[in-house]
Design a protein around this ligand. Sequence first.
Ligand code: KIV
Length: 307
Amino acid sequence: MSAGKRDSTAPAAKGRPVTLSHLGEKKQLGEPIAMVTAYDYPSAQVAEAAGVDVVLVGDSAAMTVLGYPSTVPVSLDEMLMLAAAVRRGLSTPFLVGDLPFGSYEVSNEQAVATAQRFIKEAGCDAVKLERGGSSVERAAAIVAAGIPVMGHVGLTPQTATALGGYRSQGRTAERALEVARDALALEQAGCFSIVFEAVPADFTDAVMPHLGVPVIGIGAGPATDGQVLVFHDLLGIYDGHAARFVKRYAEVREAMVAGVRAFADDVRERRYPEPEHGYTMAPDEAARLRELLEERPAAHEPFSGSW
Ligand code: KIV
């Protein structure tokens, strides 16, 4: 490995903040980009310690941490609160905030104002938006305002209803061409990276040679420049339906349930707390306290105000 290569890669492992140029260099060098979602301070600290390159405060937070049935209901203020918490737990990976449904579609002005809040109030490095079509113009407007934008094509959960549900996209040549056109248009609009979600590996193989920016896949096969998974999916925290592309790397929910159950059992059986979990008082202070309490009127007597 050359010195130049060492310098341009793995900034995450060295604790230097990951930049847009690092991500571009990784693509050029053929080094896969690792991206994960995070939604709060502890998950950000985990992503930081694990040395990933990019962290996305995804609107998947709607389902994974806020309990909504889809990504649609999450509000801008909810997303900003989560993104700000992630920022506080993160110093090295590149931080992307997901623009929630309804916060950028109406006009370029709305899109820029929303993106600015992610940068200014939550400390994100960039924002992500979904779809091609009118989102291409929104992406261009945000880029023109000086904010890096990540695109997202294929299965776009914010508009899953219009796509016929949560199903893979681009399985016919015609539909695949539409998705490819969206990706190319987003690149033209200035997006620094594009997410491909739930598209056939054949689609990715065919389209990758036409794109110059890093492509991050989720259910898009191995040919992308990087991969992203949802934190709660990969760690086995989320209990809902998992998509086919999810690989579980841990079963954290089981460990969490077992831990909380053991605590509740210990409380009920009076096994917790033990002496080492408490604080002590010097014996003479404890004796003095007892004396003072003796001087106090009995509980059933009216309080005179003198104690
Ligand atoms: O919201 C999210 O978590 C996402 C990723 C799946 C890319 O958009």
